[in-house]
Design a protein around this ligand. Structure first.
Ligand SMILES: NC(=O)NCCC(=O)O
Ligand SMILES: [Zn+2]
Ligand SMILES: [Zn+2]
Length: 483
């Protein structure tokens, strides 16, 4: 059955214009005036935009002795409620586990997803087996590999492993991602704080100052440059990391930065709250920063030195967070945000004039679709694209509250924030999953999105590196040795 979205204004990353959008078989089949179809969705007064893509989520993630509480079903439902039509999760092999074995586990977990999804593969250990399996992972449609520079003794990889993996990514046409924090320094600061009796959630933030992030971001950027590969820095939270990215980009390096909606609007005063639960619920890595860092991140989105707004959705219940009572290093790290990213960014970005509507589409959808090599199937309103669409009503408003959220946890870090700008409809491959506050999302509807390697950026970079590689100088008259 065909559908037409009628009477709206299409907003993409580079254009704004009035037209109807016709959908059939899960795809956009026509864009134009006075279109007709079996079913009409009224978009009067609304903006018709590519559905949001959240490239950084952890659904049912095994972490710090527990699992994050939202699974692919509740997580993607939450995303759809807020206009996000695709998520990218992280497949995390345990130490010594085959990447392909881990992938099979993630495929099982994602079977009830309500929206489309893809994976990044994490490199959590290094060996010839990992080296070999990376090629198979790329063949299976995963062109991004994540490296944790933090979480010492768990997910962290050392510089030599990272360099080896980055070189392998370069050879495979893949993109490395980094969680940039100096894990050795963090571990030492944690022990020092605990020894001094500083065991509350605020110490989490003291143990991860912006310098540990700035140092690691810069180190990863330099290692990527030496490995001839572009780099994507996840959850860029501070000026120091942003500065490293900005500087690298000004030198022509292919580096991307991803702020989170949490870091853009929430600050470190949350950790001073007298209520232990309140502060612990906001423990994530990197931690919330002060307002000067927030200004830096907004400026980066405006200037183009930062390209993507994500959530790092990794939600833990009140009881799970309480695993860290008496020892902040045991508080599971992570916060939610999947349902709130688009409305909060619209409210604090577009409604304040910090972002244009087109920039909003770019940073929530189109830029990451291009970086991950799935554009224009995703992130675009063009004929032939998947009909992942949000019909955005700029007049709909609500106050964010855990009481009516889709996430399974009992609280929301954005609790009490008033948002203006919400989906009237969210469509996933042409199916209406959200109609205002009615949720019609179907578990199992979501499909894996395979992503090809050898993106344009990798090719351009390899060509340039080949042209500028060190070369032996051929000489005709070499003098005899002096002996
Ligand atoms: N960010 C966080 O605190 N938890 C999720 C894991 C990660 O991305 O580091
Ligand atoms: Zn991380
Ligand atoms: Zn993460």
């Amino acid at each position: 059955m065909s559908k037409v979205i009628k009477g709206g204004t299409i907003v993409t990353a580079d254009r704004t214009w009035k037209a109807d959008v016709k959908i059939d078989g899960g795809k956009i089949v026509e864009i134009g005036d006075n279109l007709s179809a079996d079913e009409v969705l009224d978009a009067t007064g609304c903006y018709v935009m590519p559905g949001g893509i959240d490239p950084h989520v952890h659904l049912e993630m095994p972490f710090m002795g527990t699992h994050s509480a939202d699974n692919f079903e509740s997580g993607t439902r939450a995303g759809l409620s807020g206009g996000t039509t695709m998520v990218v999760d992280f497949c995390l092999p345990s130490p010594n586990q085959s990447l392909l074995e881990a992938l099979a586990i993630w495929q099982q977990k994602s079977s009830l997803a309500c929206a489309d999804y893809s994976y990044h593969m994490a490199i959590t250990w290094w060996s010839e087996q990992v080296f070999n399996e990376m090629a198979e992972v790329v063949d299976r449609g995963i062109n991004t590999f994540k490296h944790f520079m933090a979480y010492k003794g768990a997910l962290m990889v050392d510089d030599d492993e990272m360099f080896a993996s980055f070189q392998r990514c370069s050879a495979l046409g893949a993109l490395p991602l980094v969680h940039a924090e100096n894990g050795d320094v963090v571990a030492t600061l944690q022990q020092k704080l605990l020894a001094e009796g500083n065991n509350g959630p605020e110490a989490h933030s003291y143990s991860r100052p912006p310098e540990v992030e700035g140092e690691a971001a810069n180190r990863a950027i330099m290692i990527a440059d030496m490995a001839n590969v572009p780099l994507y820095v996840v959850h860029t939270s501070c000026e120091q990391a942003h500065e490293a990215i900005r500087r690298a980009r000004q030198k022509g390096m292919r580096v991307y930065g991803e702020p989170l909606i949490q870091h853009l609007v929430l600050d470190d005063s949350e950790y001073q709250n007298k209520d232990w639960d309140h502060s612990a619920q906001r423990v994530m890595s990197p931690p919330f920063r002060d307002k000067t860092h927030q200004d830096s991140l907004w400026a980066g989105l405006q200037a183009g030195s930062l390209q993507v707004v994500a959530t790092d959705h990794c939600a833990f219940t009140v009881d799970q967070k309480r695993m860290g009572v008496g020892d902040f290093t045991k508080i599971p790290n992570g916060t939610g945000g999947l349902e709130d990213r688009m409305p909060v960014l619209w409210t604090r970005g577009v409604n304040t004039g910090r972002l244009t509507m087109n920039e909003f589409v770019a940073v929530t959808s189109t830029n990451i679709a291009k970086i991950l090599n799935m554009y224009p199937r995703k992130g675009a309103i063009v004929e032939g694209a998947d009909a992942d669409i949000v019909v955005w009503d700029p007049e709909r408003s609500k106050t964010i509250s855990a009481k009516n959220q889709q996430s399974v946890i009992e609280y929301n870090v954005f609790e009490g924030i008033e948002v203006k700008g919400l989906p009237r409809y969210t469509l996933t491959r042409g199916k209406v999953a959200i109609e205002e506050s009615t949720v019609k999302a179907e578990p199992g509807h979501g499909e894996f999105v395979a992503r090809e390697p050898y993106q344009a950026v990798n090719k351009a970079l390899s060509k340039w590196k080949e042209l500028t590689a060190p070369r032996k100088v051929e000489r005709s008259g070499i003098p005899a040795t002096g002996v």
